[in-house]
Write a new protein. Structure first.
Length: 165
């Protein structure tokens, strides 16, 4: 009977047996580190409340369809120009365009617009958007909504229409 005097950690079969567990711990710690560094929070903090009001969103789209509302948005370096058309009795003095990032709610921002004349509006951009954005335009009392999907940088105006749900 012979005894092997080499320590266990110098035996290759031990490391072969432990390698899946070691790899699992390394991958888990790497993913945890990436998740902590790049945490961007939930997409919408009030997702439950927003889900319960989904029918109101459909009603807003229906009102916009009844009024034949359409809008055309043009983006410059520092301003946003909007041309609104439809069967409104009077154009609102102010409107708000919501710029919603589809993956990071922390990047969302709104642009208040001032009415110039005959459905033309102008507003100042806080920052230049990049990549994809959901663009929503609501009435002054949030009674109607227009929607569009934009990819920046944009070459042509963005058409906002009632959602077809």
């Amino acid at each position: 009977m012979s005894t092997n005097s080499t320590p266990w950690y110098k035996n290759g079969m031990v490391w072969l047996a432990f390698s899946p567990a070691i790899a699992g711990v390394a991958v888990g710690l790497s993913l945890l580190t990436i998740g902590i560094i790049h945490y961007d929070g939930p997409v919408h903090e009030d997702y439950y409340k927003e889900g319960r009001t989904i029918n109101q969103s459909f009603e807003r789209d229906h009102v916009a369809q009844q009024l034949n509302l359409r809008a055309s948005l043009r983006f410059t370096q520092s301003q946003l120009y909007l041309d609104l058309s439809g069967d409104l009795q009077k154009f609102p003095d102010q409107l708000v365009v919501l710029m919603e990032n589809p993956t990071r709610s922390s990047l969302d921002f709104s642009v208040p617009l001032q009415h110039l004349q005959n459905g033309r509006y102008v507003g100042n951009l806080q920052r230049n958007p990049e990549f994809d954005w959901d663009v929503k335009l609501y009435g002054s009392e949030r009674e109607w909504r227009l929607y569009g999907r934009a990819h920046f940088p944009m070459q042509a105006p963005l058409e906002l229409l009632p959602s077809q749900r």
